[in-house]
Design a protein around this ligand. Structure first.
Ligand code: GDP
Length: 306
């Protein structure tokens, strides 16, 4: 996903190789190229401006001394600034002192929430936890069934509404009441001593008020320790706009980037931590349960720099 960005940044640094010291003009030219590289990768404009400003400021400062040559020094600064926009420290789930820890997943339809619920379930199980997945996406036909399949594959139990459950809209409504399902799931988790509850919620194709209201109502019911905003890294600048809308409408503690295996430019997704002030906690890079890992800002920065 970041091949072009990697190539462009490397060519920006190339012109500095062999130079004994950096002139003001060198710094300006390199920063111009870095700016173009980031913009072409679809990094958010305000993030690019701040990023390039910081690199320039540091490159002009006193840091340019010591054992590294100018090109290495600039690469080091760019690396550190990349880590900073990606959220700095690695941060994963904060578990509740008194179980169960509740993790709620929110995001647009197709972002990869249901798949992620399985991946998280598997990951949690590997960490020695006893997770329960909750099917509170009652909008999308087949979403409950999909979570059950994913849960089975991950070896994790799924709490699903009973077939034909009475709904807010009447018994003939196929949609059910996700808040009620969430409430029952919490009771079930406490009774059966699951220590982590992962709540999958419905998404829409676009952000809308009803979606936000529903997600906020589920959140108020289950009071999650962690609300994770799940976002498809392939959707470009919409990722940033959607993140802003969810931050306002539902609020979230962390971000999960999905589809990092795609061939889109991906820079927008890299802007989310900076734009929302929330860390990227996990990354998904495929459809298999194992295509998933904790997100490490420093490793991602190294990967981008090649
Ligand atoms: P939801 O609507 O948010 O629950 O999204 P789903 O979990 O149903 O995922 C939508 C589609 O994206 C499915 O076909 C998934 O297999 C696929 N998907 C999910 N995560 C990834 C990923 O990291 N990489 C790729 N290539 N596909 C993914």
């Amino acid at each position: 996903m970041f091949d072009t960005l990697q190539d462009r940044l490397n060519s920006a640094f190339k012109s500095l190789r062999g130079k004994g010291r950096l002139t003001e003009a060198d710094i300006d030219a390199t920063c111009r190229e870095i700016r173009i590289a980031l913009l072409e990768a679809d990094v958010n404009l305000s993030v690019v401006k701040e990023f390039v400003g910081a690199v320039k400021h540091r490159a002009r400062g006193t840091e340019l001394s010591g054992a590294l040559n100018p090109s290495q020094q600039i690469i080091k600064i760019v690396d550190e600034e990349l880590v900073a926009i990606l959220g700095g420290e690695t941060r994963t789930i904060r578990f509740a002192k008194k179980p169960p820890t509740v993790i709620m997943l929110a995001g647009l339809q197709g972002a990869g929430k249901t798949t992620l619920a399985g991946k998280l379930g598997r990951w949690l199980r590997e960490q020695g936890h006893s997770p329960l997945l909750v099917a509170a996406d009652l909008q999308r036909p087949n979403a409950v069934n999909q979570l059950q399949v994913v849960g089975e594959r991950a070896g994790v139990h799924v709490f699903a509404p009973e077939p034909g459950v009475t709904t807010a809209g009447g018994a003939d409504q196929p949609t059910g009441d996700p808040v009620l399902v969430a409430r029952r799931a919490m009771y079930h988790a406490q009774q059966k001593l699951y220590d982590v509850v992962v709540v999958d919620t419905a998404g829409r194709l676009g952000v809308d008020e009803e979606l936000m209201r529903q997600a906020a109502a589920i959140k108020a019911e289950v009071r999650p320790q962690e609300t994770l905003f799940v976002v498809d890294a392939m959707i470009g600048q919409d990722a940033v706009n959607t993140a802003r809308a969810f931050a306002e409408g539902v609020g979230f503690d962390g971000v999960v980037l999905t589809k990092l295996d795609g061939d889109a430019r991906g820079g927008a997704a890299l802007s989310i931590a900076k734009v929302t002030g929330r860390p990227i906690m996990f990354a998904s890079n495929g459809e298999q349960l194992t295509d998933f890992d904790v997100f490490h800002p420093d490793r991602m920065a190294s990967r981008i720099l090649g």
